[in-house]
Write a protein that binds this ligand. Structure first.
Ligand code: SF4
Length: 365
């Protein structure tokens, strides 16, 4: 059926045949004008690779501090030390919140924050130890590769030493944040004071090599060009071939409100839903056979668009978030129950399954 429809794009032909797509293929698909067909091919690839199950995790998202030494142009979350609404939680406060989340069903904690210029490495070790001691079954998914890189500069320890100490303290896996877009041409315009794309990839490779698996994100919908998106996906693919350490790709739609990019009128509107769907489809096709979990961040899309994204190559929902201060800072709704997500999935005729951090199935609905 799909084979009869195509013929006007060699890149799409290759995607249908399940071949690895080149950089040029990626660019061709970023510019391909039949979005319905692109989405249908991506959906077909999703079905062949992972079937009809849509997964989601009961995850507790927590930001331990909003104090940050960096000042990224795409961020609405950071505060400088001493600001009225700056905060930093103690390890004990973190554990109390985690404890409540666990009581309502969380199986993992997703902990990220700003680059705090004064917190010592022991703070992070204490945080993990106290969580692990009280909740040994919870997966501690904490600190992005960008935070690890910052901590290494701050404490003058190697990134390997930091990762090793945190692993000993209870770190199980890592979130995918801070990846943004790796290409230096765009990265310098959206982040200020954060590691380079290469440094991010080096740290995450080190983590993977030590047995710490991670997610990876891609921030799109701001001032990027198609080549930056394709470059990002190819770099993920290349590292995944080497380490097999990425758990899922989470394309993150840029959230405009209260960011420097908005204030400087460099971005005046969030990207269209059509672009969102193109990104999901392209992610599926560029990573096919290498990283087969493509997550849809419903918090940024809203539930209806998230359902469409799941029909354009997505296979997992992220954002079963009992809290998410970063998106809340940019005015987005952030909470939903596992049951609500299951209903969303049933409404599009797919099979909802609650998963753990590493995509082991815990419960089918
Ligand atoms: S994106 Fe992260 S590193 Fe950049 S300013 Fe925001 S909190 Fe800080």
């Amino acid at each position: 059926m799909l084979e009869q429809l195509v013929g006007d794009s060699q890149a799409l032909d290759r995607a249908i045949a399940g071949e690895e797509l080149s950089y040029k293929d990626g660019l061709d698909l970023m510019n391909y004008d039949n979005l319905h067909l692109l989405g249908a091919v991506a959906d077909d690839a999703r079905k062949k690779l992972v079937g009809d199950t849509v997964t989601f995790a009961a995850s507790y998202y927590m930001n331990y501090t909003n104090v940050c030494a960096a000042s990224c142009q795409m961020c609405a979350f950071y505060r400088k030390e001493g600001a009225d609404d700056a905060y930093t939680l103690t390890p004990q406060e973190i554990e109390q919140r985690v404890s409540i989340a666990k009581q309502i069903g969380a199986t993992e904690v997703h902990i990220v924050g700003g680059f705090h210029p004064k917190l010592p490495l022991e703070y992070y070790e204490d945080m993990m130890r106290i969580i692990k001691k009280n909740h040994p079954q919870l997966n501690i998914k904490a600190l992005t590769a960008a935070e690890i890189f910052y901590l290494s500069k701050l404490t003058k320890n190697s990134t390997k030493e930091i990762l090793s100490r945190l692993k000993d303290a209870g770190l199980d896996s890592m979130p995918g944040g801070g990846a943004e877009l790796f290409h230096p041409e765009i990265r310098g315009k959206i982040v200020r004071g954060k590691c380079s794309g290469k440094e991010w990839l080096d740290v995450i490779e080190e983590a993977h090599t030590m047995g710490i698996q991670s997610n990876v994100t891609m921030l799109y919908g701001h001032i990027e060009k198609p080549e930056h998106v394709v470059d990002h996906l190819i770099k993920i693919r290349e590292l995944q071939k080497k380490t097999n350490g990425f758990i899922t790709l989470i394309p993150l739609k840029f959230s405009l409100d209260n960011t420097e990019l908005e204030q400087d009128h460099l971005v005046n509107n969030e990207c269209s839903s059509v672009y969102d769907l193109r990104i999901i489809a392209l992610s599926r096709l560029m990573l096919a056979n290498t990283l087969n979990n493509i997550s849809v961040y419903w918090v940024a899309y809203g539930k209806k668009l998230a359902q469409v994204a799941l029909s354009n190559g997505g296979s997992d929902l992220v954002g079963t978030a009992f809290s998410e201060e970063i998106y809340r800072a940019a005015g987005k709704p952030t909470t939903s129950s596992v049951e609500e997500l299951a209903t969303m999935v049933k409404e599009i005729g797919r099979i909802p399954s609650q998963r753990d951090t590493h995509f082991g199935i815990l419960k089918q609905f």
